[in-house]
Structures are given as structure tokens and as C-alpha cells.
Design a binder for this molecule. Structure first.
Ligand code: GLY
Length: 379
């Protein structure tokens, strides 16, 4: 079954379709039709993991359909989400004579969609962009809403812009080759989508956990398009993250501090899972969230077999003061104070007078971090 969702960003008059369908990629017909209308040359951008799995096959399939397609590949991994990679791709595009009649096709996970999106946003002052996300996380999050960019050695996602694609093609069939820990990174963001915006979706993920983990096709497809729908609805309301889009950050303020403290040894999804519990704990402490709702969050994360453990061999670095220092660098911080998305219930976050996040007393934060150390650090 095909699910077609339309994303409309009024401020930049951008409207694009997000299509979710099993087998979309192996067919490549729908993709070819869209590309033909957009440009006379196609530059596929991918990484060394996804290129042999999907990008090379796609290049051949599109070439067979008569399209003029080149493939640009960079080494996989977050460490390559950097300016040098963008420059390397731009140099190659220039050398091969790619001009304004180019369409960039990004195929890969969040690193690829971010880098390729940023290239598309600036090459020839902007060329059309098609997203083909191949990780669950990039399907339900990174490929939608136009965030593009690279990291700076001192901070993640420091350099970039918002640039909306012309179309997003989501083929859940590609998840068969995705490692389980990567799959769980996506699951955690889907649970987060349910928590901040849609209790029915949360219940759906909760009831079908075992089958979704086994990639049962129709349940997986439904879980993806419903997750996409939540993300799309939020970015339609707030493209540039001055309000509601901040909700997508639920759990991330704590998660980023944990990732920083563990030198990124912990998987992003695992850090966000713990982050959601710690931020949920604060909401309970503040009387905003019921204990019952908090226990439901804990239960669903356990159902999806998230380890909920922070690596402990450098536990000294989890001292609350150090974590709090890391949090002040969070993008939602205001005058050096971190702010947090606050849940009111499953499926409902507090609007916080249009800010969609709020600071908490240091005492509450410290208590939550001590609880975290006790609950999730093994030593
Ligand atoms: N990944 C969060 C956002 O797109 O705003």
C-alpha cells in the first residue's frame, strides 16, 4: 500500500510529497519520473555503507531508464559530516561540469541526507533535492523538515541551513539490511513522536512492539508513515524551530549531555531513551506528569529492549556538574540555562506559553541527574 503525505511549508511556499511504500527503490520507476521533471543530470550522493547496498543499484536502474546519473560517495560515519566532505563533493561536481540543471539525490542515513542536503542548498545557489532515507531514524526524522548541514569540530550541526527537498521516497524494505542498534535509534524517535504528539500512535507502537521489531511489513509501514505524519505536521507549523519544532527535542537535552560525556560511545537512541526518562522524571517531580504515565514510558522502552545503560568505565565524567555544563550548550538554552520539553501526558507536551520548553530549578535537575546515575550507571 502506498501512503502519500503532502508537506507544506507556507513561509517558503514549499510543498512536497513524502511517499512511503515497500519496494519503491527496487522499482525506481516513480523516482525516475520525478527526476526527469526536475533536471537533466542527477548526482546521487551516498556513503561507503549504502553505496554498495543501494546507491550503485539505483544508479544502474536510473541509467537504464535513460537518465544521466553520476554517483558521489564519501566514507560513512558522523566524523565525515564535515566541511571537507562537502567541499570534496562540490569539487567533484564542478570538475564533472554539473550545472544548474542538476538534481541531487541523497540516499543514506542522517549523515548523508544532512551533507547532501547542504550541498544541494548551496551548489549553484541551490539545486533540487530528493531524499531517499535508508535508516529508520532518517525516514521518520532527518529526511523531513529541511534540516541540512555539517558538524564543526567544536559542535554538532553547527554549520548548515534549512532547505526543503522536492520529494522524499521512503522504502521500508531497505530496513532489512539495517543493523538492530540502528533500527532502535529510529524506534526511540518514533516513541518520542508518540509521546509529544499522539497517544494513539504511542499505543500502536506499544501493542505491536514484538512484530515491529521483527519488521512485519504492514505494521512497520504503518509505524513509519504515522511517525512521518507527526514530524511533518510539526515542521509545517514551525519550520525554523522557534516554537513547536522544539518538541522534537524531547529527551535530547539530557541525551546530548550523555553522548558528550561518553565521547559518543553510547548509541544516539539509547541516550535519547534515557534522556526521555530523565526529562520525564523531572516532569513528575514538578507535578506535570503522572507517575503512571512515566511508568508507561519506562515500560515501552523495555519492550523494545533498549539497554538503558550508560557505559561506566569513565563514570567519573557523569558528575552532575559536568553534565549540566554540557547542557548549557544545548540550542534551547537561554542565558546559559538549559530548557526542557515538559510532558503533561502520553501524547501531550506542555506548550510553555509558546516556547515549548522551560528551564527547571537547579535542585530539580540535580535530583534527576542523581536518579539517572543510580538507575542507569552500573557502578
Ligand atoms: N530532528 C529534529 C528536527 O528536525 O527538528
Amino acid at each position: 500500500m502506498t501512503h502519500k503525505l503532502i508537506c507544506t511549508i507556507p513561509k517558503v511556499a514549499s510543498t512536497y510529497e513524502i511517499e512511503v511504500q515497500q519496494g519503491l527503490l527496487s522499482e525506481a520507476t516513480a523516482l525516475a519520473e520525478v527526476l526527469e521533471k526536475l533536471a537533466s543530470r542527477v548526482a546521487i550522493i551516498s556513503d561507503t555503507t549504502v553505496a554498495p547496498l543501494y546507491a550503485q543499484g539505483l544508479q544502474s536502474a536510473l541509467s537504464r531508464k535513460g537518465l544521466n546519473v553520476d554517483l558521489f560517495v564519501f566514507p560513512s560515519g558522523e566524523s565525515n559530516k564535515q566541511r571537507a566532505t562537502k567541499e570534496m563533493i562540490e569539487d567533484q561536481l564542478c570538475k564533472k561540469g554539473f550545472g544548474r540543471d542538476t538534481c541531487i539525490l541523497a540516499i543514506g542515513g542522517g549523515v548523508v541526507t544532512d551533507v547532501a542536503g547542504f550541498v544541494a542548498a548551496t551548489y549553484c545557489r541551490g539545486v533540487p533535492l530528493i531524499m531517499v532515507p535508508t535508516t529508520l531514524l532518517s525516514m521518520v526524522d532527518a529526511s523531513i523538515g529541511g534540516k541540512t548541514g555539517v558538524d564543526h569540530p567544536l559542535a554538532k550541526n553547527m554549520i548548515g541551513c534549512i532547505y526543503q527537498p522536492k520529494k522524499v521516497f521512503v522504502d521500508p524494505a531497505v530496513l532489512r539490511t539495517l543493523p538492530l542498534n540502528e533500527f532502535k535509534n529510529g524506534i526511540v524517535e518514533m516513541i518520542k513522536h508518540g509521546l509529544i504528539a499522539d497517544s494513539d500512535y504511542f499505543d500502536f507502537l506499544n501493542s505491536h512492539a514484538s512484530k515491529i521489531l521483527l519488521l512485519e511489513p504492514s505494521l512497520l509501514e504503518e509505524s513509519i508513515w504515522r511517525g512521518v505524519l507527526i514530524k511533518k505536521n510539526i515542521v509545517e507549523e514551525d519550520e525554523t524551530e522557534i516554537g513547536k519544532r522544539r518538541l522534537l527535542n524531547f529527551g535530547h537535552t539530557i541525551a546530548h549531555a550523555i553522548e558528550h560525556a561518553t565521547a559518543y560511545e553510547i548509541a544516539h537512541g539509547e541516550a535519547v531513551a534515557i534522556g526521555m526518562l530523565v526529562e520525564g522524571y523531572m516532569a513528575v517531580e514538578l507535578g506535570m506528569l503522572s507517575q503512571n504515565a512515566f511508568l508507561k514510558i519506562d515500560a515501552i522502552l523495555k519492550k523494545y529492549a533498549l539497554p538503558l545503560l550508560i557505559p561506566t568505565h569513565n563514570a567519573v565524567r557523569y558528575r552532575p556538574e559536568l553534565l549540566m555544563q554540557a547542557m548549557t550548550l544545548d540550542k534551547k538554552s537561554l542565558r546559559g540555562k538549559p530548557r526542557f520539553v515538559m510532558l503533561r501526558d502520553i501524547g501531550h507536551a506542555d506548550p510553555c506559553a509558546g516556547n515549548y520548553c522551560m528551564p527547571v530549578e537547579e535542585e530539580t535537575l540535580l535530583k534527576a541527574l542523581r536518579w539517572m546515575a543510580h538507575a542507569f550507571c552500573t557502578s
